[in-house]
Ligand binder design. Structure first.
Ligand code: DP6
Length: 325
């Protein structure tokens, strides 16, 4: 049955204002709104095929079969799609990434955005962007930001229906580059889902959340005005505030490695020398270095000379999650 198969592509995203901690963990209603940019050069391509021959959902990522927690998370997500669509069959799900997963490159964002679109389409649903963003959020919070195009804001919202991401500018609005300095492609030990649940055990989480609206306004304005210096200062601050919360949670989460700090200090020094750049880190040790496209080559040269850097990936702004043949 051809209408039971669909393939979708989605890009990961890098947040300038971070999502950390939920008001409701099971619905992934975030403690604060967040703002990000999709990364067009990196992608997850996922095919979902419902079939009466499947006895359970079968998931393969980059050619290897998923099992344990990872499989349960996807199967639970597929249950939501099945109940929305009145679909009884299980599915064969194949996913390919062109970037390393589980090392702070938000692989779950691209994964659940692509799965929401491919899965809902294969099940015969025709969800609009807001409905897709909401669905993707239930799989992984940051995935809701990989549904719309370009630069996106996740509106925290007060309910399941309201908590969705919207595009604030298209990809061609601003030629920014994210150079990802990979210091370790190892799978992280503590995933973000567990981390979010313990965020409020840090005494700094309440103040981070209370002051998030000011940073969201500053970041949104900086993006709309293409004001790099403003974006740099608010993003670095927000990243460090999130890591301050992570490090002071119980149990503490230290995602920064000595190599991460070395790179961060270099970025600050290079900025003093006049090169526009800033850093931001997610739940992993790799450093995302943002810069205007014009200085990408210069910065890649400098980063490549640091012995701490294993590998460099880079991307400009990316488009919305979309269906492919
Ligand atoms: C540090 O969206 O990966 O990257 O909802 O549990 O899947 P789950 O969490 P996830 O959290 C991402 C947190 C972050 C910051 C961000 O991207 O905003």
């Amino acid at each position: 049955m051809s209408d039971s198969v669909a393939t979708a592509v989605a890009h990961p995203n890098i947040a300038f204002i971070k999502y950390w901690g939920n008001r409701d963990d099971s619905l992934r209603l975030p403690a604060n709104g967040s703002i990000s940019m999709n990364l067009g050069a990196l992608e997850t391509r996922t095919t979902v095929a419902f079939s009466s021959a499947c006895r359970s959902d079968r998931v393969s990522v980059n050619g290897s079969l998923s099992e344990g927690e990872a499989l349960i998370r996807v199967a639970n997500f597929m249950d939501r799609i099945r109940s929305l669509a009145g679909e009884k069959r299980f599915a064969e799900i194949e996913s390919q990434n062109n970037f390393p997963i589980g090392a702070g490159i938000a692989s779950s964002a691209a994964a659940f955005a692509a799965l929401a679109l491919a899965g809902s389409t294969a099940a015969g649903l025709h969800l609009n962007e807001a409905e897709l963003s909401r669905l993707a959020r239930l799989g992984s919070g940051s995935a809701c930001r990989s549904i719309p195009t370009g630069f996106c804001e996740w509106l925290a919202g007060d309910s399941d229906e309201e908590s969705i991401a919207v595009s604030i500018a298209p990809p061609d609005h601003w030629a920014l580059t994210d150079i990802i300095a990979v210091v370790s492609a190892r799978h992280k030990e503590v995933g973000s889902s567990m981390g979010h649940q313990r965020a409020m055990t840090s005494p700094y989480q309440a103040i981070r959340v209370a002051t998030a609206p000011e940073r969201l306004l500053e970041c949104r304005t900086a993006i709309l005005k293409r004001d790099f210096d403003r974006l740099a200062s608010i993003s670095e601050k927000d990243s460090t505030m999130m890591h301050g919360v992570m490090m002071t949670q119980e149990p503490p989460l230290f995602y920064w490695e000595p190599a991460s700090l070395k790179i961060m200090k270099n970025i600050m020094q290079w900025r003093r020398e006049g090169i526009p750049c800033f850093f931001t880190l997610d739940a992993g040790p790799n450093v995302h270095v943002l810069c205007p496209k014009e200085v990408e080559k210069e910065l890649k040269g400098r980063l490549g000379n640091l012995s701490e850097v294993e590998n460099l990936l880079s991307s400009g702004p990316g488009d919305a999650a979309h269906l492919v043949d």
